[in-house]
Ligand binder design. Structure first.
Ligand code: UD1
Ligand code: UDP
Length: 358
C-alpha cells in the first residue's frame, strides 16, 4: 500500500504526530510538507520534539495569497501523485494545505486515488471563515471521513454525506496532548508560579486582520494583565498585525513571547489559571488538561466543552472578554471546577490506522 500524507502547518504536525510513524508501518509512506509554515518555531521544533522523521518532499510554498497557495500545493502534490500513485492521500483539518492536498487527490480519483480527511465534520457555521470553507470543501471531496465526535458526524449527514464514508474516531489531539503532558509532568516554565498566570494565544484572520477588532482584544488582555500576569506566545500573523496597527507590543503585565514549542506550550497551559484563545487546538488541549478557556470567538466548532461548562464563549468585544475573565478570577470554586473530568477519546489513532489499513 502507498500512502501520501500532506501537512504543512503547526497544528497539522502536532495532530498528525500520533499517526505518522504508524502510517510508516502500513507500507510505503510519503510525507509531503507544503511549507505553509516554515519558521523554525512554527515548524521544525515540532518534528524534533515529537520525534517525527523528516518529510520526503518540501513544496516550500511560503506565505503567498491564499488561492495561489492552495494552487501551488495542489500542483506540488499532484506531481508526487503522478510519480508514485498512492492508494490513499491523507490530509488533516482545515488549512490551505489541507485543501491543496485534497484537491490534488480528488482530481485523480478515476486512477484509484482515495482521499481520507482526519478531523472531518467540524463546523463553526461561519461562512466567512477561511477554515470553514476549507473544511466544507475537503469533506465534500473525501472518500473516508474521520469525525472526532458524533456531533461532527451529524454535521456531515446534514450536508448529505453518505454515512458509510464517515467513521467517528475521536480527535488525535488527545493522544498528542496526553503524551506531552506526561513528558512535562511537574515542569513549570521559569519565573512562573502554578495558577499565578493566564496564557493567551490568538491568530485567526477574523481576530487579528481587522485593526479595530485586534485593538479591542489587545486592550481586553491588557486590562486582564493588570490583575493577573498573561503569558502570550505570539503567532507571527498576530505579531505582524500588532505592528501594522501601531499597538503597544508589550503592555504592562503582558509577558509577550515568540511562539513556543509544544513541550513549553503544554507546560504553560497545564499550570495556567485559565487560557484565552481563538485556537481550535488549544481549546481541545485546555479541556484535556482541565483548564478553563475563554474563547475569543463568537462561535466555536468545539461546542461540547462550552456545553459542559468548562469553556466560555467570550466573543471578540473588549468589555465582554474582561467581564468573563473577572468572573473566572472571583470564582472561589475554580480548583474543584477544573477537576471535573471531560468526556475524552481513547484509541483514536488505532481506529484511523485500522480503517486505512483495511
Ligand atoms: C494558518 C491556517 C489556520 C491555522 C494556523 C495555525 C489557513 C487558511 N489558515 O493560519 O487555520 O489555525 O495556520 O497556526 O490555512 N508566518 C511566519 N512564519 C511561518 C508562517 C507564517 O512568519 O512559518 C507569517 C507570515 O507573515 C504569514 C502569516 O504568518 O503571512 C500568516 O501565515 P498563514 O500560514 O497564511 O496563516 P496562519 O495565520 O498561520
Ligand atoms: N502551540 C504551540 N506553541 C505556541 C502556540 C500553540 O505549540 O506558541 C500549539 C498548541 O498547543 C496546539 C497547536 O499549536 O497544539 C495549535 O495550533 P494553532 O493555534 O496554530 O492552530 P489551530 O489549532 O487554531 O488551527
Amino acid at each position: 500500500m502507498t500512502i501520501i500524507t500532506v501537512l504543512g502547518t503547526r497544528p497539522e504536525i502536532i495532530k498528525m504526530s500520533p499517526l505518522l510513524p504508524r502510517f510508516d508501518g502500513l507500507g510505503r509512506h510519503i510525507v509531503v510538507h507544503s511549507g505553509q509554515h516554515y519558521s523554525a518555531e512554527m515548524d521544525a521544533i515540532f518534528f524534533r520534539e515529537l520525534e517525527l522523521r523528516a518529510p520526503d518532499h518540501f513544496l516550500r510554498v511560503g506565505s503567498v495569497d491564499p488561492a495561489r497557495q492552495v494552487g501551488l500545493i495542489a500542483a506540488g502534490v499532484e506531481k508526487i501523485i503522478l510519480e508514485s500513485p498512492p492508494d490513499w492521500v491523507v490530509v488533516h483539518g482545515d488549512t490551505n494545505t489541507t485543501l491543496g492536498g485534497a484537491l490534488a487527490a480528488a482530481k485523480h480519483r478515476r486512477s484509484g486515488v482515495r482521499l481520507a480527511h482526519v478531523e472531518a465534520g467540524a463546523r463553526s457555521f461561519d461562512d466567512l471563515q477561511a477554515e470553514e470553507l476549507n473544511r466544507v470543501l475537503v469533506d465534500r471531496m473525501a472518500d473516508l471521513l474521520f469525525a472526532p465526535t458524533e456531533g461532527d458526524a451529524a454535521n456531515l449527514a446534514a450536508e448529505g454525506i453518505r454515512p458509510e464514508r464517515v467513521i467517528v474516531t475521536g480527535n488525535t489531539v488527545v493522544e498528542s496532548c496526553r503524551r506531552m503532558a506526561t513528558l512535562v509532568d511537574g515542569e513549570l516554565p521559569a519565573g512562573l508560579t502554578a495558577y499565578g498566570y493566564a496564557v493567551a494565544t490568538f491568530h485567526r484572520q477574523e481576530s487579528v486582520d481587522i485593526p479595530a477588532v485586534l485593538s479591542d482584544i489587545w486592550a481586553a488582555i491588557s486590562e486582564i494583565a493588570k490583575r493577573l500576569r498573561v503569558v502570550i506566545p505570539l503567532h507571527p500573523r498576530t505579531r505582524k498585525m500588532i505592528k501594522l496597527a501601531g499597538l503597544d507590543p508589550s503592555p504592562p503585565g503582558m509577558d509577550v513571547r515568540e511562539p513556543v514549542g509544544y513541550r513549553e506550550m503544554t507546560a504553560l497551559l497545564k499550570h495556567a489559571r485559565f487560557c484565552l484563545t481563538d485556537s481550535g487546538g488549544l481549546q481541545e488541549e485546555a479541556a484535556i488538561l482541565g483548564v478553563p478557556a475563554l474563547i475569543l470567538r463568537d462561535r466555536t466548532e468545539h461546542r461540547r466543552y462550552v456545553e459542559s461548562g468548562l469553556h466560555r464563549l467570550a466573543g471578540i468585544g473588549r468589555q465582554a472578554i474582561v467581564d468573563e475573565a473577572k468572573l473566572l478570577l472571583v470564582d472561589a470554586e475554580w480548583q474543584s471546577r477544573r477537576a471535573i473530568p471531560q468526556r475524552l477519546d481513547h484509541g483514536v489513532a488505532d481506529r484511523i490506522i485500522d480503517a486505512i489499513g483495511a
